[in-house]
Design a protein around this ligand. Sequence first.
Ligand code: FPP
Length: 250
Amino acid sequence: MLSTGTEKKIDLTPGDDGTPTHVAIIMDGNGRWAKQRRLPRVAGHKKGADAVRECVRACGELGISYLTLYAFSSENWKRSEEEVDDLMGLLRHYLRHEIEALNRNNVRLRCIGGRERLSSDIVELMTHAEERTARNTGLTLILALNYGAQAEIVEAARRLAAKAAAGEVKPEEIDETMFAAHLQTADFPDPDIIIRTSGEKRLSNFLLWQAAYAELIFIDDYWPDFTKETLLKALAEFGLRERRYGARLG
Ligand code: FPP
């Protein structure tokens, strides 16, 4: 139940069998995984990219409708030039070489985040991948690239302010539904579950608005060690939690 107009009507309820509709993941710990093995950080990111493949496949198999992965935050530019280049190289490789496999598996790819700072060839690959997979009806894989939630919220506020200044909306008409429809995630339901690996317990500027009712699940494993088993354990924990959306039950 989605709409792409100014109204955002989203069914928040996970599937009847308890499977979440939307899983979002903060993939953390690539560097520590590599350090533990006395390997360069890039080795952790490469193994992390393998874990991305496994996770996408597992979500497809489990009938999850949306998977959002925090692949590169707007703060990640502060890393060394070498590491940023390595991460961009992996993203480039993923967008270039995985698209046909995603397409065969009926996966629809969407990207969120600011495109202005990304190199033009990566933006072209993103756009091509989105167009190539647009008609797929299986898992929607949302890659957050150069993404920061505060910037996303500010941008939505700016767009609404411009509409108000132009007389297209009245300030008093602006409510949560209209606001959400101006976020980059307007086409997707909010995540039911946000998983963060590596033992850190923070949201780090990821989906701050959309996280309002998400269950937060923190896993000690580093991201490169993430497997279908890890996902199943997180989903089992999700299944045990009672979601109330602020209401009293019983
Ligand atoms: C955090 O590990 C992870 C990232 C910076 C982003 C995740 C990137 C990948 C999995 C690589 C490729 C992605 C795709 C979509 C192909 P970290 O370096 O912050 O780990 P640390 O905290 O242990 O240093």
